[in-house]
Each structure stands twice: as C-alpha cells, then as structure tokens.
Design a protein around this ligand. Structure first.
Ligand code: CCH
Length: 278
C-alpha cells in the first residue's frame, strides 16, 4: 500500500472499531477519548503539549491517571500501525478519533496529516493538564481557555459524552451518559436538561449524578454545564438543534486536533517545529 494513502488507513481503522468482547461492542468511544487526551495537553502560552509527537507513548504521560484505560485504544490501533508503518502515531491517534466519530454517525471532521513522532521524553508535558471530573465550571474554564477554546466550544466538545462510558477501575466513575453509547447524537444535551439527576456515591464511593433508575450518569463537570449561566444556553441550543451541534462539534474537534501542530513548508510538522521544548 502506498505511503500517504490515508483512505486505506481510514478503512483499516473502521475494521478494528467493532470489538465484540469490549465494552458496548465498540472501540469507537475510547478512540475518540485517545484523540482528545493526546491533544488536550496543549498549553497556548508556552506552545507545549498537543497531539504532535504522540508523547503518550512515554511512561510519564501514559501513567497520568487521567489517561487510565487509553492503553486499550492504543492497543486496538497496533495492527493498523503495523499495516501502515509510514503513518506517525500522532497522525494515527488523531485520525482514529475522526474516523470513529464518523463511524458512529457523527459529523465529518476536517483532518490534516503531517504530525511527527521524532521527539523524546523531554517533550512530555507535565501530568495534570487534563480536566478533573470532580470539579466545577472554574476548573473547566481554566483547562479549556488554556487550550484556546471559548464557552460555546467547551459545550460543543462536551457533547462527546454522548459516547462511551465511565469505568470504575479507570476513573472512579461508573456508567454511560446515554442509552445508546455507540451512536453519536445530541441525546446527552437533552438528558442533561430533562432528567432528574440525583447526587449519590457510586459503588467505589465516588460522588456522581444518576438518573432515577441508576442506569445513566453525569459527572460533576457535566452538571456544571447546566448550572453555569453562560454554558447553559449552549446546552439548550444543542439539545434543540442537532445540526448546529454537529457543525460546531466538528469545528471544535478539528481545532483540538490541530493545537500545537505547526507545519513546515512541505506540510510536515518539521523536527524543529515538532514541539516547543518544556
Ligand atoms: Fe470525557 N471523560 N471528559 N471528554 N470522555 C470520560 C470518558 C469519555 C471528562 C472526564 C471524563 C471530554 C471532556 C471531559 C470522552 C470524550 C471527551 C471519563 C470516564 C471521564 C472521567 C473515563 C473512564 O472511566 O473510562 C471531563 C472532566 C471533561 C471536561 O471537563 C471531551 C472534550 C471529549 C472529546 C471531545 C469519551 C468519548 C469518553 C468515553 C470513553 C470510553 O472509554 O468509553
């Protein structure tokens, strides 16, 4: 297969998404989370972090507790990397997120190749840059403003919680946000507004919000989106207007994957641009 045939890579990613014995039968959600966590370490001021360099390959970042469970996503992609050794991990992880969103019925997200892996451990951003789900609106803003997002983009991106579930042994939280966690939709926003959410301690003693039947859940940070007067109108908008959500999600997710990726003249993130050193 020719180097640079990204459509062939996309097809190979689609083939590994059905995983009968994993979670809800799909690797899709955890692939989306891998793309987000690989990118969400960016720091606008210093230019450090971000998807370029795939620094989650290194122990320090892989073992950030926010990244618990993402080893599954990286392992699901191993056969694809073997089949297409010319693609960088940083391109593969971000592309997999894009393909997974499309596969699960979400919008097409613009994606550009060119990320490079030729960095070493000294480029690993410090742990603790990803959001902490036990916190509230001030914390969410400090993390996402550091990435360069505004309130509308924060709410749009949070709609990814339509996908997948929380795993007690990974994050301490338990359960899915929506009844069909492998289909992309705006159900998350509808449920945030419509259901009665009860604060309770889950089986491992962590406080979360559950619906009447204890089947669906919300994180404290999810609830902050309906408590905060500036976030809430966006939750209402996306609950009522699926097309607006898809469009805004695609734009914000595409922007997320590009954070810190500075391309040289040939479209490649050249070594000297690969990462600002810490
Ligand atoms: Fe998230 N997320 N996320 N999230 N997330 C978790 C799972 C997923 C936060 C916390 C958690 C985004 C924003 C936030 C996904 C995508 C996105 C879990 C459970 C926690 C905790 C992990 C586990 O136990 O496996 C917090 C806090 C924020 C912001 O404040 C954004 C932005 C995105 C993508 C655009 C996806 C997908 C999952 C499901 C993963 C899976 O394995 O099913």
């Amino acid at each position: 297969m020719a180097a640079g045939d990204y459509n062939a890579v996309r097809n190979a990613i689609r083939k590994i998404i059905p995983q009968a014995s994993y979670d809800d039968g799909s690797a899709g959600p955890v692939l989306v989370r891998l793309a987000w966590h690989a990118s969400g370490t960016y720091d606008k001021k210093s230019g450090t972090g971000g998807s370029n360099g795939a620094t989650m390959r290194f122990k320090l970042e892989a073992e950030d507790e926010a990244n618990n469970g993402l080893e599954y996503a990286r392992k699901f992609l191993d056969p694809v990397k073997k089949q297409f050794p010319w693609i960088s991990y940083s391109d593969l992880w971000t592309l997999a997120g894009v393909v997974a969103i499309e596969y699960m019925g979400g919008p097409d997200v613009d994606w550009k190749p060119g990320r490079v892996d030729d960095v070493d451990e000294q480029y690993v951003p410090p742990n603790g840059r990803l959001p902490d789900a036990t916190k509230g609106e001030d914390h969410i803003r400090s993390v996402f403003y550091r990435l360069g997002f505004n309130d509308q983009e924060i709410v749009a991106l949070s709609g990814a919680h339509n996908l997948g579930r929380c795993h007690g042994e990974r994050s301490g939280f338990e359960g899915p946000w929506v009844p069909m966690p492998t289909r992309f939709s705006n159900t998350y926003f509808k449920l945030l507004l419509r259901s009665q959410w009860h604060r309770r301690k889950n089986s491992v003693g962590v406080e979360q919000y559950n619906d009447e039947d204890n089947e669906l859940m919300m994180l404290p940070t999810d609830m902050a989106l309906v408590k905060d007067p500036k976030f809430k109108p966006w939750v209402e908008k996306y609950a009522n207007d699926k097309d607006a959500f898809y469009k805004d999600f695609a734009a914000a997710f595409g922007k997320l994957l590009e954070l810190g990726v500075v391309r040289g003249p040939e479209g490649k993130a050249m070594r000297q641009y690969a990462r600002a050193k810490l």
